[in-house]
Write a protein that binds this ligand. Structure first.
Ligand SMILES: *Cc1c(COP(=O)(O)O)cnc(C)c1O
Length: 455
């Protein structure tokens, strides 16, 4: 089929996620192949993968060891169910995950996406108290602009108005504490920003801890809500408050896990030990949909007993623990060790910090936020007052379209915040090339500001 026919068919039959299809019709894109950090579309045009194919990819595309791991597994079996029966790669991967995770997490419950991993954590936390015979702990606390996925349960513990407002009456109520956003706070003092949010959390816990089952957080770096870095020490204080008030801490490492922020898991930055931890995106190196919810033995034990005690966790998905996915995840984690990847990521992160300095000097760049290889560049109309562009202008979206023209793919989040999250193994030369495009795209879009952009 030629590329013209594919284009037409894609417009006729596809319905893409998080996409207004009129946007797609104007600017369609069909990827056909990729090698390393370069993706190629059906017309042969190449693009740098500036967002790790939506925050997933680790070692670049078509990584030989990962391809081989799948081929090798494929000759044995592609999939068998995990309902009542384990399989070999899922066991080996569980052992590996427990080895690298914070020390108290000893149990691995598989699923197939970040959303399902969080959904499971929420249900586990809820049922944990039920199984323990402690009544009334049924509510969840979350942070404003939190994102944990798009299922009804994960939207309920999420708090992004743009995505969630329309479903309000469908969702269960979560208790929302303002995220400590340093850039948008009247004080630029991290300590002040941290304390303000922590005091609100303490007050909420003091008043309502008997109703609260758990709290969900995106550790250190809030992703989809705008790439917001937590003030230093914030996460640790959240952990301490959860302990003090007997509330389960659910760390959503779906975006931040696997070296992305400069540690294997982001909670390690503040030596935080969650009760439940979710992983997905980078787990398979960006290859296949495998996710996991890690739990402590304490939580596991609350579900353990004879069937007649009715403590079973009745939850599962058809493809849970898929062998091909677990095999490639194992190979992915082996490369982390062999190539000492997390350490190397920190060197790359330093280089990115240097590169982004020039970007932060641009007239319409309000803030550059970075932790490891997770970066957000917030565009504003007025740098001094931090006034955002009118949302109808969709300046973030149009900036990323310019970047696409210049041969790099990424997407915006939050209020006109451009995501820059290259695969961990991107070379320095490629990083430079990517940041040059980032800069050029921002300059082009802010220079060409006119009504034509408004759609
Ligand atoms: C992407 C993301 C999710 C959802 O993962 P999916 O695999 O897209 O369902 C959940 N939590 C966080 C923090 C994420 O960034």
């Amino acid at each position: 089929m030629d590329s013209q026919q594919l284009m037409e068919l894609s417009k006729k039959h596809m319905w893409l996620p998080f996409t207004q299809m009129t946007d797609y019709e104007r600017d369609p894109l069909i990827i056909e192949s990729a090698d390393g950090v370069i993706l190629k579309d059906i017309d042969g045009k190449e693009y740098l993968d500036g967002y790790s194919s939506l925050w997933l990819n680790v070692h670049g595309h078509s990584k030989k060891e990962l391809n081989d791991a799948i081929k090798e597994q494929l000759d044995k079996i592609a999939h068998s169910t995990l309902l009542g029966a384990a399989n070999v790669p899922s066991i080996l991967l569980a052992k590996k995950l427990v080895d690298i995770a914070p020390s108290d997490l000893t149990r691995v419950f598989y699923s197939d996406s970040g959303a399902t991993a969080v959904e499971i954590a929420v249900k586990m936390a809820y049922q944990y108290w039920e199984n323990k015979g402690i009544k009334g702990k049924t509510k969840f606390v979350t942070l404003s602009n939190g994102y944990h996925g798009d299922t009804v349960g994960t939207m309920s513990v999420g708090s992004i108005e743009l995505y969630h407002k329309v479903y309000t009456s469908l969702l269960f109520d979560a208790l929302v504490i303002p995220y400590p956003v340093i850039y948008r706070h009247s004080s630029q003092d991290e300590e002040v920003v941290k304390e303000e949010s922590i005091q609100k959390l303490r007050k909420l816990f003091e008043e309502r801890h008997e109703e609260i089952a758990g709290m969900t957080v995106e550790p250190i770096m809030q992703g989809a809500g705008g790439m917001n870095v937590m003030p230093k020490g914030y996460l640790k204080e959240v952990e301490q408050l959860c302990r003090e008030f007997n509330i389960l801490l659910i760390a959503d490492e779906v975006a931040t896990g696997f070296g992305r922020t400069g540690k294997m898991f982001s909670v390690e930055h503040e030596d935080v030990k969650p009760d439940l931890m979710t992983v997905a995106k980078g787990l398979t190196g960006g290859y296949l949909p495998v996710a996991a919810t890690l739990a402590t033995e304490e939580i596991y034990n609350a579900f353990y007993g004879e069937y007649s005690e009715m403590k079973t966790f009745f939850h599962g998905h058809s493809y849970t623990g898929n062998q091909l996915g677990c095999a490639v995840a194992l190979a992915n984690l082996e490369i982390f060790e062999k190539e000492n990847l997390v350490e190397k990521t920190n060197e790359k992160a330093k280089y990115i910090t240097e590169l982004l300095e020039e970007v932060s000097e641009l007239e319409n760049v309000g803030d550059v936020r970075q932790h490891g290889l997770m970066c957000g560049i917030e565009l504003v109309e007025d740098k001094k007052t931090k006034q955002s562009f009118p949302s109808e202008q969709r300046i973030g979206y149009h900036a990323t379209l310019k970047m696409r023209e210049l041969s790099m793919l990424t997407r915006p989040v939050g209020r006109d915040t451009i995501v820059f999250m290259p695969p961990l193994t991107t070379t320095k030369e490629q990083l430079k090339e990517m940041v040059d495009i980032l800069k050029q795209g921002i300059i082009l879009v802010t220079e060409s500001l006119d009504d034509a952009l408004i759609k």
